[in-house]
Design a protein. Structure first.
Length: 145
């Protein structure tokens, strides 16, 4: 039995750190804007243990003209919980949140290895790949809801 519920930014770290920032200090899991009132974090719990996380920021990217934009950050599922559909559930939950907040546009910086996953959920790549030092090659991806 699993459920998705709102959590604090700090509660994302047990997933963000090992999946997105392995080998880096835990404070590398702190993202600018994590604790703004316009930012929300969700955790997916499997048998009451956190298995995956996603964060949604109200943030604009100048590459897009949508008036109200939301950025997904820190989407991660612990390795032992991957390939169970949890990532798709977290993305769908974030999309529903954005719709309820009056938005219809999501963008994010996707790791090169994750672009196939996001394409399957309807996201598109724009622009050229870029490197985030210490993290790797990324692509800007987006979706109109």
């Amino acid at each position: 039995m699993h459920q998705i519920k709102k959590i604090t930014s700090r509660e994302t770290f047990p997933v963000r750190h090992p999946v997105l920032r392995p080998g880096l200090p835990e404070d590398s899991c702190i993202f600018t804007g994590d604790d703004l009132e316009t930012t929300v974090h969700f955790g997916l719990f499997d048998n009451k243990a956190i298995a995956g996380v996603i964060s949604v920021f109200r943030a604009s990217n100048p590459a897009f003209e949508a008036p109200l934009q939301f950025q997904v950050r820190g989407m991660a599922v612990l390795p032992q919980h991957q390939k169970k559909g949890f990532g798709e559930q977290l993305v769908q939950h974030a999309e529903e949140y954005v719709k309820q907040a009056g938005g219809n546009f999501i963008w994010f910086n996707a790791r090169e290895a994750a672009t196939g996953f996001y394409k399957k959920t309807g996201y598109h790549i724009t622009g050229n790949p870029f490197d985030i030092p210490g993290v790797g090659i990324h692509y800007i991806m987006y979706k109109h809801l």
